[in-house]
Design a protein around this ligand. Sequence first.
Ligand code: FAD
Length: 455
Amino acid sequence: TTAVVLFTCDLRLHDHPPLRAALRAHDTVVPLFVRDEGVAAAGFAAPNRAAFLADCLADLDAGLRRRGGRLVVRSGRVADVVCAVAAETGAAEVHMAADHSGYAQRREDLLRTALAGERRALRVHDAVGTVVPPGAIAPRGAAHYAVFGAYHRRWTAERVRGPLTAPRAVPVPDGVRSEEPPSRQGVAGVSPGLTRGGETEGRRRLAAWLGGPLDAYADQQDDLAADGTSRLSPYLHFGAVSATEAVHRARARGGPGADAFVRQLCWRDFHRQLLAARPSAAHDDYRTRHDRWRTGPGAEADAEAWKAGRTGYPVVDATMRQLAREGWAHNRGRLIAASFLTKTLYVDWRVGARHFLELLADGDIPNNQLNWQWVAGTGTDSRPNRVLNPVAQGRRYDPDGVYVRRWVPELARVGGPSVHEPWKPSVRAQAPAYPPPIVDLPQALSRFRTARGLT
Ligand code: FAD
């Protein structure tokens, strides 16, 4: 017998419950990836993610070939393509990972109905993309957790299944037609510093991370210049690295760095369970604040300066330029840049979220939209009106200005922490090409406080 294994955001062979289950129950499997027309139509196939995805697919295909199989790639609507492949190969079942986004839920419903019409079964496996699946834990009387601290305590107590090894052999039936997998070279507009995708690269990075830098993570997590985070986010987004395996291996190593790292992975599950329960939070305020965000030419010009990394606030500009250059930015930088857009410039979080999704290789609806909402104060932050001061943040998290000088060449000749205040006459003289600030911070703060009714 044969089964189809549908890969979506789980592009790996290690710790892959659907593949293992299909191999246990059947003689052959068809590892299938569908280039989903719906994803492209929704504008979600931004160049950096398309390139990273191409790397992941090439690596998955190579891994399958080493095991006697190969990846089958087809384009179209998921339900149509899967039904066609199942019919061609006589597959009795289709195995796939659960995904709880609104889009994925609709895709799954359509697929289940289409397969049922042909008397084929859909087997959906939980805890593939998350450590603790959405809905598995909930506070009494509520469908989901809205407070991270409480979720983290409960999540930490949950038993986590052990990670699975990769299968030794993956027998694939002969003669199944496949398109040429997409290649990174075929994607235009990719950030020059985008990292290579794929399970092999992801596992190499995970091992290197766990073997040393992890231990310093608790101290260095927010240090912009140290760049001391795992940079695993795009691999986790595409499932090239399993979050469950990362948690197990970090816990096995132990220590404050491991605890802090596992806590960040818990944020990932937190946002997924929240979005599963409230899909509208992908575009609507989770907690409506009746905000009247700025609109019109002034707000648009401010947003454009922010996107271009030309706000005149060095740590904001450094982050935005890193984002454009690498398709990734440091979490502390993301927080500062997002606070600047939504609170200092008072521009709608959706404008920023859209721009991030155009560039981030890890661009992910639950993590991106809900982090944006958290910063904007429309989400789950218990202090929704805190405003990050970009100068104070720069001095604190980039005390010597190393991060700013790395990304903003106009400031490269300014030594030490004075780089965070380039409008001071002595600094200005060394950085004549750097733009002046687009906004006055005290005025912006009072605009924010008035808009939020805090005065
Ligand atoms: P590490 O510090 O090594 O953390 C390990 C992993 O934990 C990350 O890879 C990620 O999967 C998870 N994680 C860490 N922080 C968070 C967080 N705050 N929320 C959820 N998961 C987290 N992360 C995304 O994966 N995709 C996004 O689209 C995204 N958009 C963001 C937008 C804004 C405005 C902000 C403030 C944060 C956003 N984040 C997003 C969260 C975080 O910035 C990135 O996950 C992190 O910077 C990735 O780098 P890393 O892998 O080195 O993280």
